[in-house]
Write a protein that binds this ligand. Structure first.
Ligand code: SAM
Length: 213
């Protein structure tokens, strides 16, 4: 993700606290109260500029969505979309995914989306990959029993690594596609990275990984 310094980002985020939640640790175990309903909660880790999650939130009004993004200069673009669309079923958290258990209680989340996660190709950076076993353990804590990770990437190396990591962890792999855009998968919503890479002719890989019930 190319980062541009946006000095106005933190101010814009503070001004729209109904969507960009400040101090999210105080809502641990209480996200249903924030949304005002008991609908399932799906999160996207590394939500970037938010095209995927805002699309999902529009398409599925009975699901609540929370986007997790590290950089304020990036999440602000997602926030602008949510503000413009006034999406009641979407929130954003400007936090680091390694701290997810501080913000979400056990079994609070029904699904996790990982889209075009940073590949961290160097072996010494393996632990930073969002599909490394310590992240899988963190996701397991906050997910309901039998919860799922839905993962898309253009990066063959990260995809191969993640399939192994998922299966070594004991996750069941479903709906594996080595060429999503030429598959029977319906209702795909493209992310910003997906649009960029697929327009250059790169194949998109996708898999769903399910924890044990
Ligand atoms: N998902 C978007 C897409 O497909 O267009 C963005 C993909 S971009 C390559 C990866 C994003 O993940 C970046 O915006 C980055 O800041 C975010 N990210 C990486 N590590 C993160 C972490 N530990 N916590 C939260 N966000 C993270």
């Amino acid at each position: 993700m190319r980062l541009r310094h946006k000095p106005w980002a933190s101010e814009y985020i503070a001004e729209h606290s109904q969507y960009a939640i400040a101090n999210p640790e105080q809502y641990k175990g209480k996200w249903h109260e924030i949304f005002g309903n008991n609908n399932p909660i799906h999160i996207e880790v590394g939500t970037g500029k938010g095209q995927f999650l805002t699309g999902m939130a529009q398409q599925n009004p009975d699901i609540n969505y929370i986007g997790i993004e590290l950089f304020d200069s990036v999440i602000v673009a997602a926030l602008q979309k949510v503000v413009e669309l006034q999406l009641p079923n979407m929130k954003l958290l400007n936090v680091n995914a390694k701290d997810l258990a501080e913000y979400f209680d056990n079994n609070e989340i029904s699904r996790i989306y990982l889209n075009f996660s940073d590949p961290w190709p160097k072996p010494r950076h393996t632990k930073r990959r969002l599909t490394y076993k310590s992240f899988l353990s963190l996701y397991e804590k906050i997910l309901v029993k039998g919860g799922e990770i839905h993962f898309k990437t253009d990066n063959q190396g990260l995809f191969e690594y993640s399939l192994i990591s998922f299966s070594e962890y004991g996750l069941e792999l479903k709906f594996l596609s080595l060429d999503l855009h030429n598959s029977h998968f319906e209702g795909n919503i493209m992310t910003e990275y997906e649009e960029k890479f697929s327009s250059k002719g790169q194949r998109i890989y996708r898999v769903e990984a399910k924890y044990k019930n």
